[in-house]
Design a binder for this molecule. Sequence first.
Ligand SMILES: [Zn+2]
Ligand SMILES: [Zn+2]
Ligand SMILES: [Zn+2]
Ligand SMILES: [Zn+2]
Length: 113
Amino acid sequence: MGSDRGLCEICRDVGATATCRTCGRRVCARHYERGRGLCIVCTASLCAICGKRLSIARCQVCLRLVCAKCSMQVDPVRRVCLDCYRSGRRAGEPPIEVYSMRKLASRIIRLEK
Ligand SMILES: [Zn+2]
Ligand SMILES: [Zn+2]
Ligand SMILES: [Zn+2]
Ligand SMILES: [Zn+2]
């Protein structure tokens, strides 16, 4: 039994010792984060807000990776995270701070002319 030892599905170099609880990949110790029970691919793509679920998209405002529960679909193609949604920032509009900075900058430029 067991001619297939099962190599780590990430490096394909070392025998797998653990299974990622999210994607089910068989991975070696180097590519497994024991604390979370996830492979490194999954840890790298976790939601930036809850840190638990896998992200499915990027917030169109702050560009963080977000999962389905921590984001809102604002139109058929765009998603924003709940933080941005609650603070009234929407896809397509720059964050408030950036916007006012830009206004300020254009005012300075105008004065210098
Ligand atoms: Zn590996
Ligand atoms: Zn995984
Ligand atoms: Zn989340
Ligand atoms: Zn956001």
